[in-house]
Design a protein around this ligand. Structure first.
Ligand code: NAD
Length: 318
């Protein structure tokens, strides 16, 4: 089976490539390396083409002969979409359209990454796929547009596809040391360097944290079984954890009380996020969450390796 993974050199993408290769798929990655890293694919039997999803010829060429296209490439940040909405739109919407057209022409099945951010200002919990989406950022609007293009291609052109709404995915390969980094790797990175953990607001905000192994397990199943669904599917298990609880768990795992620096709540931050996992359980009954303790331990190991590499680089430069 030939699988094209756009954004395959990124955090979720490279974890997925490893899983697909392990399950015997022939994998081709299309990634412009804007946030992804070549090193994420080290040791994997995958072909990497360093090209953009906005390059129509490159996308058409990559998708030719593919059985499935997993579309993960994006500018994956609310903050970056606020700084440059047009670029966010170009990559996340126009880029998605390029991928859908190429996949359609190739007769391939599509798996598309959307985001829980599409629920936006709608306060109802848990977030079920039927509820109204009220996006509050250009990133969320772009994701909603891309998923609705995918479902309209399914309706109009019989494109088999599955749209997944990811929640807060975390785990190995997620970089902590950049301005748009996600909260869990950032907490661990600060803790390991003896710095206080920055918490915006009172820390009682909750998120449905999802370990990357669970996410790539479902994505790989969807690819290999060519699952097609007429509605978006939440890819999370319906457990919400507060940031204060994450800090407490990290303190327990690292064996010391972690210092917290409180900052004012950020404008636009959602208070609570929790998926309804009903559709996921129906379509992928074998999907299982990894316990938060286990997932945090695995993430700590990965960030520890990064910190060691950084220290070694600093030592060799003096
Ligand atoms: P990531 O930044 O690690 O991966 C995105 C990849 O896309 C990178 O490798 C980047 O180089 C590539 N890319 C960006 N623009 C490109 C372009 N024009 N052409 C080709 N490649 C391009 O982020 P991630 O967390 O792995 O996100 C993967 C997908 O999941 C994204 O679509 C993101 O919006 C979605 N998502 C992620 C989360 C999460 O918690 N990580 C939550 C919701 C949705």
């Amino acid at each position: 089976m030939k699988v094209v993974v756009t954004g395959g050199a990124g955090f979720i993408g490279a974890n997925l490539c490893r899983e697909l290769a392990r399950r015997g798929a022939e994998v081709l990655v299309l990634d412009d390396l804007s946030t992804g890293r070549r090193a994420n694919l080290d040791g994997l039997d995958v072909e990497l083409r360093v090209q953009s999803v906005l390059d129509r010829d490159a996308v058409v060429y990559a998708c030719a002969g593919a059985d499935t296209v997993v579309h993960l490439a994006a500018v994956p940040s609310v903050t970056r979409s606020l700084m440059n909405p047009r670029h966010s739109h170009d990559v996340n919407v126009t880029g998605s359209l390029e991928v859908l057209e190429a996949a359609c022409a190739a007769g391939a099945h599509v798996v598309l990454a959307s985001s829980s951010s599409v629920y936006g200002r709608n306060p109802a919990l848990p977030k079920s796929e039927e509820m109204a989406c009220v996006p509050v950022s250009p990133y969320a609007s772009g994701k909603l547009a891309a998923e609705s293009y995918a479902l309209s291609f399914q309706h109009c052109f019989d494109l088999p596809c599955t749209v997944f709404r990811f929640f807060n995915v975390f785990g190995p390969l997620q970089l902590p040391d950049h301005p748009y980094a996600a909260v869990i790797p950032t907490f661990i990175w600060s803790a390991l360097r003896g710095q206080p953990l920055t918490v915006f607001g009172d820390g009682e905000q909750t998120r449905d944290f999802t370990f990357v192994d669970s996410v790539v397990g479902v994505l790989a199943d969807s690819v290999l079984r060519s699952v097609s669904c007429t509605r978006p599917v939440n890819l999370a298990f319906g457990t919400r954890t507060s940031l204060n609880d994450v800090v407490a768990l990290l303190s327990a795992l690292l064996g010391r009380k972690l210092e917290v620096a409180r900052r004012p709540q950020r404008a636009g931050d959602v208070r609570h996020s929790q998926a309804s996992g009903t559709s996921l359980r129906r379509l992928f009954p074998q999907a299982r969450p990894v316990s938060l303790e286990m997932a945090l331990s695995r993430t700590i190991e990965w960030v520890e390796r990064l910190v060691r590499t950084e220290n070694e680089a600093a030592r060799s430069s003096v």
